[in-house]
Design a protein around this ligand. Structure first.
Ligand SMILES: *[C@@H]1O[C@H](CO)[C@@H](O)[C@H](O)[C@H]1NC(C)=O
Ligand SMILES: *[C@@H]1O[C@H](CO)[C@@H](O)[C@H](O)[C@H]1NC(C)=O
Ligand SMILES: *[C@@H]1O[C@H](CO)[C@@H](O)[C@H](O)[C@H]1NC(C)=O
Ligand SMILES: *[C@@H]1O[C@H](CO)[C@@H](O)[C@H](O)[C@H]1NC(C)=O
Ligand SMILES: [Zn+2]
Length: 630
């Protein structure tokens, strides 16, 4: 469905009391309406973002009250704008005017829907932000997600300790969120339907402006899956070397062993999976500590990278307004985020920064958001957004692709030498793959599950069960202990608890390589894609900036075309980047006798039981259960 059709069907379901008849087709009136909307929307949005910031960086009841008030004012304003726009018949107006009409406003809601939604969102956000896990032997010794629990999940090789943290976090957070999530799903669906979508998942997918979006994402998955299966089998062998019989060499992986709280990125498994451990380490954290890196220095390094491409500098008050480390005098939400205050000059980052390599790259990621926000600040309000959310997530990541190369780390003094042999290349590509191969099915399932929940296809009494079934089948990852319907494990991650879709991270992981290829070509770099560092290339920077300046004013395929010369999301550059690793993994797995794929029915608890199962059961499971992916 094109956007105008969405709009028309929205009109059809609304009662006449909430809309006008679309009779006004005067372009001057329409443009006056838009410029009035933009002038006022900027103020209303700014007040809402300020209140959100004040709450998120200082979680008090008072600040929550102010946020509720500003959120309701925003809802009311957008509803009024929506009703006003329905008096126009936009047939024959210029495309960009029609596009602005399509995006602005939101259908009025009955009763206290808006208030209940804001209260629900605030509560889920608060539960997530203040979640803690206390020590097994010392209940007074409690840790927050950042930095304490994150640190354990990044470094511990103690199966039981990791299990304690994994279960404890879910008891503290996602179990408490579950009742609110039920309300959230109901209210979001109600609002989506009033706006002409079939449900909230439909609304989310429409942000990508194509009616084949889900299929496009699944098609990409088929292309990249062989790489994932090889990585999965290789990592399984390495986990077996550490955890022994806890790992089944034909089974899926227990989620709590994968290097972070969710198995989202496996980067922290690098030390136990490094293919050639004798080569120089690619972890520059020790060098950063040795050189007395500060948080400020890390931001300067990142800003200098953006500057080297001729991109925009940060506004002068960025550093005094941002929150770049965890304050000690109050409760805050810590998850790294980049904020646009919609006044054209106030942009901030919130991040509880640690001095290490991971956060140095995260800073590039957040600064990519900020750069995008600054580049499109001149546009009408509804166009101040990414071409789609995946574009927004890709910007900083593209720069991080260059910044993470050994070539670049050497250039900025964090690596002594540039390792230059094929073994070192495989080490580097594995490090990248633990992030950018491993995370793909994770992100995909996060939204496949939510799309099916919003549509009602997954019934409420099977929410958690179906989640783990999808994880076992698609990701090859299972919970370390049995889970029940009093839990809702998917909400244990920031994005789900805080109303962000995650398909954006899936799509961005693909398109960032398309962007990187285009920028490396523009910079005249002919080395393999994984060695390309666009540092100091104004040509590459200009190409990027021209795309960023479009914001959401044009459908994303046009932004894609401006950048890459064609209009689709394609996995070919991603595959080219990882090809040498793919070849190496196939060889290594064959050598180890490891078969990619897994028995979807294997669970950690049942591991010792499988050997004693009656023969008849074993026979059955080999026929129906053993679903190996080739
Ligand atoms: C946090 O918010 C309270 C209001 O609830 C305010 O009095 C206090 O000054 C704020 N603290 C900071 C550091 O902004
Ligand atoms: C909607 O139209 C009314 C009547 O013309 C006007 O007073 C109001 O400011 C408009 N509001 C918005 C948000 O466009
Ligand atoms: C909008 O205007 C066009 C062209 O003037 C007309 O054909 C169409 O019927 C109008 N639509 C509505 C819903 O009135
Ligand atoms: C880092 O700080 C330590 C202790 O203050 C100092 O001895 C050392 O010289 C510093 N290193 C660098 C590279 O500045
Ligand atoms: Zn992001």
């Amino acid at each position: 469905m094109p956007w105008s059709a969405v709009l028309l069907s929205a009109l059809a379901v609304l009662t006449s009391a909430q809309t006008n008849s679309p009779t006004n087709n005067n372009l001057d009136d329409a443009q006056r309406f838009l410029s009035d909307y933009n002038a006022r929307a900027q103020e209303v949005w700014n007040a809402y973002v300020v209140a959100s910031w004040n709450y998120d960086t200082n979680l008090t009841e008072h600040n929550n009250g102010v946020l509720l008030e500003k959120s309701l004012a925003l809802t009311e304003f957008e509803a009024e704008a929506y009703v006003n726009k329905t008096s126009f018949n936009t047939t024959g107006f210029p495309d960009d005017v029609i596009r602005e009409f399509d995006f602005l406003g939101s259908a009025p809601q009955e009763g206290d829907t808006a208030r209940r939604l804001q209260e629900t969102l605030s509560e889920m956000g608060r539960i997530y932000a203040v979640g803690q896990v206390c020590d097994q032997d010392d209940p007074d010794n409690c840790r927050e997600l950042e930095p304490g629990l994150t640190e354990i999940m990044a470094t511990s090789r103690d199966y039981e300790e990791r299990l304690w943290v994994w279960v404890g976090w879910r008891d503290a957070v996602s179990k408490a969120i579950r009742p609110h999530y039920v309300t959230y799903v109901d209210l979001k669906n109600q609002i989506a339907r009033a706006n002409g979508y079939t449900d909230y998942g439909d609304q989310w997918r429409w942000k990508y402006e194509t009616d084949t979006f889900e299929q496009d994402m699944l098609d990409i998955w088929e292309e990249v899956k062989p790489f994932y299966l090889q990585l999965h089998a290789y990592v399984r062998r390495k986990l077996y070397d550490v955890y022994g019989d806890k790992i089944n060499l034909r089974g899926p992986l227990p989620e709590h062993l994968l290097g972070d709280m969710w198995g989202r990125f496996w980067t922290n498994l690098y030390s136990l999976t490094v293919p050639f451990p004798d080569k120089e380490s690619l972890d520059v954290t020790p060098a950063m500590l040795e050189q007395n890196y500060t948080i400020m220095r890390m931001y300067e390094v990142s800003e200098e990278f953006f500057g080297s491409l001729g991109l925009l500098p940060l506004p002068s008050r960025f550093f005094e307004r941002s929150m770049l480390q965890r304050p000690t005098d109050r409760e805050v939400a810590c998850h790294a985020t980049a904020w646009d205050f919609y006044d054209g000059e106030d942009f901030r980052i919130r991040m509880c920064t640690k001095v290490d390599m991971e956060d140095l790259l995260t800073i590039h990621h957040e600064m990519g958001h900020t750069q995008y926000q600054m580049q499109y600040a001149h546009l009408p309000l509804v166009f101040r957004d990414g071409a789609n959310d995946a574009f927004h997530e890709a910007v900083g990541e593209v720069l991080a692709l260059s910044a993470a190369t050994p070539q670049h780390l050497h250039a900025i003094g964090l690596l002594d030498t540039v390792p230059d042999d094929p073994d070192a290349d495989i080490n580097f590509l594995l490090l990248q793959g633990l992030n950018m191969i491993a995370t793909l099915p994770f992100s995909l399932v996060q939204d496949l599950w939510r799309w099916r929940v919003f549509s009602g296809e997954i019934p409420k009494n099977e929410w958690n069960k179906k989640y783990w079934e999808m994880k076992a089948e698609i990701v090859g990852v299972v919970p370390p202990v049995e889970r029940g319907e009093d839990q809702l494990d998917i909400t244990s991650i920031y994005h789900v608890a805080n109303d962000f879709d995650m398909i954006r991270y899936y799509a961005r992981t693909i398109i960032e390589f398309q962007f990187q290829k285009a920028m490396c070509d523009e910079a005249g770099i002919t080395e393999p894609l994984y060695k390309c560092d666009i540092y100091n290339s104004h040509a590459a920077g200009t190409k990027l900036a021209n795309m960023l300046r479009l914001g959401r004013s044009r459908p994303w395929p046009e932004a894609m075309e401006a950048m890459t010369g064609q209009r689709k999301m394609l996995a070919n550059s991603w595959k080219a980047y990882f090809q040498p690793l793919y070849v190496w993994l196939q060889e290594k797995n064959r050598e180890n006798g490891d078969v990619p794929g897994w028995d979807v029915n294997w669970r950690p608890d049942a591991s010792s039981a499988t050997t004693t199962l009656p023969a008849i059961l074993l026979l059955l499971s080999s026929v129906t259960g053993l679903l190996l992916f080739a």
